[in-house]
Design a binder for this molecule. Structure first.
Ligand SMILES: [Zn+2]
Length: 344
């Protein structure tokens, strides 16, 4: 019963394989060329099964993926399945099978095999960072003749102009001048309520680059603010996009496997909204690979990203238009991708 996924995987293994000791079966690894390594010819890929659980390990390129009954099929595991020759339909069927098996496994049993935890070290913000909240308190203590520093006025104006909710999101300022930080708004990057990095956006067009950042690889912005009972999560490219509709951001148009995994762990429909510049294409391709929904909202022809649309049309309209324009069929996503990016 619980070993149905294990059975399907074993059927996909190459005919040329060796069963060794300790439950490992070895064969030529199927992952390496997908990870910029030369193909394996020495049987360095191995699979171990145990009561329905499956672990794959490649001793050539180092790729690892595993599945435990009761858990979802991770992105890495789904990729492995397709490299083993499973077609889209089979992968989809196994994803549903994993959901079905979840009902049969007691939560206590699952706790014995914890999910691989993603950890980030706490990291301080730039020197002498002061939050907007602290500035508000400070200004309230001053007399009417106090001249509010120009950079504070500019920063508040900038965030206001981008229609971000000050109550919900924190911003910082510093007078530290390295990297022009004193002319940037600092957005703290939280992970499990701890600051693990930041990005600093310049509010003056002549300050380049637009963003100065320091954060861990694979970081997904705004995971902390996702509500536990939400039916979907919107995946955007930049933090201002994410803040304007309470979605998550990838900090660009590339998505690493670990980022996919973190977003999948939210266990809800994932809706990707790519930017309409050319780099957005890459994100669409990865979304198809991850089995995510992609939305091509009506405003995409005239607005460059979600934040731009929210500034013009408001949050509610933008969210509704994202939901209305979502596509799950790979074919339709491909068609709309062509239409959006080939006309630019
Ligand atoms: Zn490999």
């Amino acid at each position: 019963m619980l070993d149905s996924i294990q059975q399907s995987v074993l059927q996909l293994l190459p005919a040329r394989r060796k069963t060794g000791q300790n439950g490992w079966t070895s064969f030529n690894a199927v992952c390496c060329p997908h990870n910029s390594e030369s193909a394996d010819t020495r049987g360095r890929g191995g699979i171990k099964t145990n009561a329905g659980a499956v672990s794959y390990h490649c001793f050539n390129c180092g790729y690892k993926a595993s599945y435990v009954p009761g858990r979802h099929l991770t992105f890495k595991f789904r990729k492995l399945l397709s490299w083993l020759g499973a077609d889209d339909l089979t992968v989809r069927r196994l994803v549903i099978e994993a959901v079905r098996l979840k009902e049969l496994v007691a939560p206590e049993e699952l706790e014995q095999v914890p999910e691989e935890e993603i950890k980030y070290e706490a990291k301080p913000l730039p020197k002498s960072s002061v939050s907007f909240d602290e500035w508000t308190t400070y200004l309230a203590m001053q007399g009417n003749d106090y001249l509010v520093p120009d950079r504070v006025v500019r920063a508040v104006h900038y965030v206001n102009h981008r229609k971000i909710d000050f109550q919900k999101y924190k911003f910082y300022l510093t007078d530290y001048e390295a990297y022009n930080l004193h002319r940037r708004i600092i957005i703290p990057y939280y992970y499990k309520n701890k600051i693990v990095g930041y990005t600093a956006r310049s509010w003056e067009p002549d300050v380049k680059p637009k963003y100065w950042s320091s954060y861990p690889a694979d970081f997904v912005f705004n995971l902390d603010n996702q509500l536990p009972d939400s039916k979907f999560v919107v995946v955007c490219e930049g933090p201002f996009d994410a803040m304007s509709i309470d979605g998550v951001a990838l900090n660009g148009s590339e998505v690493s496997d670990t980022q996919v995994e973190q977003i999948d762990r939210l266990r809800r429909e994932v809706i990707v909204v790519p930017d309409s510049d050319r780099a957005g294409r890459k994100l669409v391709d990865r979304a198809i690979e991850a089995g995510w929904t992609v939305s091509f909202p009506v405003w995409q022809e005239s607005c460059k990203d979600i934040n731009d649309a929210v500034v013009r049309y408001g949050e509610l309209f933008v969210l509704k238009s994202i939901l209305a324009a979502r596509e799950t069929s790979k074919l339709k996503i491909e068609l709309k991708k062509k239409r959006l990016y080939n006309t630019r």
